[in-house]
Design a protein around this ligand. Sequence first.
Ligand code: NAD
Ligand code: TYD
Length: 340
Amino acid sequence: MSTTVLVTGGAGFIGSNLIRWILRHRSWHVVNLDALTYAGNLENLRDVESDPRYAFVYGRVEDAAAVSQVLQEYDVCGIIHCAAESHVDRSILSVEPFVETNVRGTLVLLEAARSHGIERFVHVSTDEVYGSLGPNDPPFTEESPLQPNSPYAASKAAADCLVRAFVHTYGMPAIVTRCSNNYGPYQFPEKLIPLMITNALDDQPLPVYGDGQQVRDWIYVDDHCRGVVAAYERGRIGETYNFGGRSERRNLDVVYSILRILGKTDDLVRHVPDRPGHDRRYAIDCTKAERELGWMPEISFDEGLERTVRWYLDNQSWVQSVRAGEYRRYYQQQYGWRMG
Ligand code: NAD
Ligand code: TYD
């Protein structure tokens, strides 16, 4: 019998790249459960929507009846949980949706996975649960304490703890992955790299928070997707695996690199007030994933950034439709529901 995996949040940035990666590299069937929030866009999966191994189900992860029905109807044997509210700035403006989706949604999925005897549950989490590093601190390992600083990071850490408790208490066959900042095609232009690319293309100002000296460890999204599948296939139950790109960059340097690729001048850069509670530096030690999963990041930052800029240049209609929210009006007609 064929393997059917449920990917939650598959219409988002990482979820859509993950589904594409799985359909290309594995024989599995994939069901995508997504609530199509502002960040979920079925255009991201246009090229695979007619694949007989792919199905889309519209629904929320915190809707127990919907989740249970998907697991039963599609005879799902494993879950890769990507659905989340994912943007730190939004979490600062309003915490509630982050607790609802990221914490309660994960709990509902875990309960459903338990009652349906799911064989494998990969919870896709973030390095932001570890908090912030000083300039000379060693990178985060899986043993680093959880010290989330933003409401987003706190909600992800809470979800990670629920997964841990389900493994420990109920023997849930779950694994947690924690990845650094992703970039690549189909990323919603609210995150640093796609925002800077799309603004620069329109000769709009590039808002750099504070002094722009904050450091992130950038990973090309395909490298992350490969890691998630490796954790699904080869990860040890109850373990956590960090994924990172071994590509620490200061925000300002990332912005200058984008401007250089596009042939634009630095005077588009605008320093704006800093994000409240802004984490100064993230960096990931991924030696455990390299050792146990045989995984390593393959795409250098320079190559990945060139590819990403090229994708946004070649997909201007996607950018325009995302910015105009056109796809959301279409879903409203399609599903007759006021989108969140
Ligand atoms: P995204 O915001 O692009 O996509 C999130 C998807 O989840 C969207 O399709 C959205 O419609 C869906 N969704 C939101 N709430 C939902 C709900 N209640 N029920 C069902 N679907 C819902 O996010 P992303 O950047 O693709 O991140 C995916 C996952 O990876 C998240 O769990 C995030 O925490 C994690 N992660 C992201 C990064 C990154 O750099 N983007 C890094 C590490 C980990
Ligand atoms: P972001 O892409 O929001 O990811 P995260 O906050 O989860 O790391 O931001 C990456 C970095 O870029 C972070 O240090 C905040 C900064 N940033 C800006 O300076 N300007 C912006 O407009 C955005 C969205 C982010």
